[in-house]
Design a protein around this ligand. Structure first.
Ligand SMILES: *Cc1c(COP(=O)(O)O)cnc(C)c1O
Length: 398
């Protein structure tokens, strides 16, 4: 029995069947490549779902993590921790926001944002102001409140009763949003680019109108940048493309350079809302994760690093647009920077499976959208390698 077979057999017995996993057990990573137990190599155009933005086993991250782990791994938030303070300071310095709350995941960051919005609205506007508007096909996490916030029925099935007070409107439709706003609305929560929702880039006029509406009615604009923040879009935060500032922003995924780390950031105005004892986390802002986050911040705030993200993203989209002439099943090429979505007229499951067999990791959202989230450090060489593999697969399925 191979090591892989052994792992698959045991896993099948001990885990909840939550994940449909591919037949590979990964043991090592280097830059844009992963290696499994059988010595196979994979070109990773998913980065652990948008986590390994600097590539796998980044030497600087590994070094910082080792050093921090050797000196201190955990003390709780009863005490200060230098790497945590330094990372919060960096996030404030490079964003339009003033205050940071650290947690361990995206869902937790959104939970913190939801709690902040509810508490602010109730203290300032009264008890009836609790409703949060989100978008259809959005994704905000797997906890009960974030499942409620998520605009997809499939994640809600069987978990009733869910926390109340979330309504969903179609993406990029300002009239629909405006009509849904009422005296009960406390927040509008959106992903500037919907990731799980099929790589849908919200337009600049839409985002600007939403910003103005929120300001006018004192509604909190929460931007979920968990997937598209940290340089993914070619700007540090995706909303910067629209020239707007959120009231609250959530981060996770790439923030900890591969370690679990989430953050909720907000404007100074909201600082007193999360008063001492109103919210907290045992592990949130763990010093090892924050030490890794400091390395991530150093790179993703660098202009030449971001220029590569834009250049590679534009190159990939241009090539797919060219290919659309040859392959009729390519309907639309979407995304910004290195979040790429290729909307097909056919299901993309088989293409993703074939890519895996040939050592290319990509995935599929909304059944027909091929999604790519390569590490932000990729070069033309890796892009060419991806197209070599995918071109052959497209020829076969055409
Ligand atoms: C991944 C993701 C989340 C949830 O993050 P977890 O760390 O899995 O809890 C929330 N929002 C968006 C946009 C995401 O992509």
């Amino acid at each position: 029995m191979s090591r892989l077979e052994e792992i698959r057999e045991i896993s099948g017995e001990v885990f909840f069947p939550t994940y449909n996993r591919y037949a590979a057990a990964m043991v090592r990573g280097e830059s844009a490549y992963l290696y499994d137990t059988e010595g196979r190599r994979y070109l990773d155009f998913l980065s652990g779902i948008g986590v390994a933005n600097l590539g796998h086993a980044h030497p600087e991250i590994a070094k910082m993590v080792c050093e921090q782990a050797k000196s201190l791994m955990h003390v709780s938030n009863l005490y200060f921790m230098p790497p945590q303070t330094e990372l919060a300071h960096e996030l404030v310095k490079h964003s339009s926001l003033d205050r940071v709350f650290f947690c361990n995941s995206g869902a937790e960051a959104n939970e913190a944002a939801i709690k902040l919005a509810r508490k602010y609205a109730q203290e300032v506007h009264g008890e009836n102001r609790f409703e949060i508007i989100t978008l259809e096909d959005s994704f905000h996490g797997r906890t009960l409140a974030t499942v409620s916030a998520t605009g997809q029925e499939k994640v809600k099935q069987g978990f009733a009763p869910l926390p109340e007070g979330f309504i969903h409107v179609p993406a990029d439709d300002f009239d629909a949003l405006e009509q849904a706003v009422s005296d009960r609305t406390c927040a509008i929560m959106l992903e500037p680019i919907l990731g799980e929702g099929g790589v849908v880039v919200l337009s600049t006029p839409y985002l600007q109108k939403v910003r103005a509406l929120c300001t006018e009615r004192d509604i909190i604009l929460i931007l979920d940048e968990i997937q598209v923040g940290m340089g993914r879009s070619g700007r540090l935060f995706a909303h910067q493309w629209a020239g707007i500032e959120p009231d609250v922003m959530t981060l996770a995924k790439a923030l900890g350079g591969g370690l679990p780390l989430g953050a909720m950031l907000a404007k100074e105005k909201y600082a007193p809302i999360l008063s001492a004892g109103s919210h907290g986390s045992t592990f949130g802002g763990n010093p090892v994760a924050c030490a890794a986050g400091l390395v991530v911040m150093k790179h993703v705030t660098d202009e030449s690093f971001l220029a590569n993200v834009i250049e590679m993203g534009d190159l990939i989209r241009a090539r797919f647009k060219e290919m659309a002439g040859q392959f009729g099943f390519i309907e639309e090429v979407r995304g910004r920077g290195l979040i790429v979505g290729i909307k097909l007229s056919v299901p993309c499951k088989d293409i993703v499976a074939k890519a895996f067999e040939r050592g290319l990791l990509i995935n599929c959202t909304q059944e027909t959208v091929l999604r790519m989230l390569p590490p932000l450090i990729i070069s033309e060489k890796e892009v060419e390698e991806m197209f070599d593999i995918l071109n052959n697969i497209f020829k076969e399925v055409a």
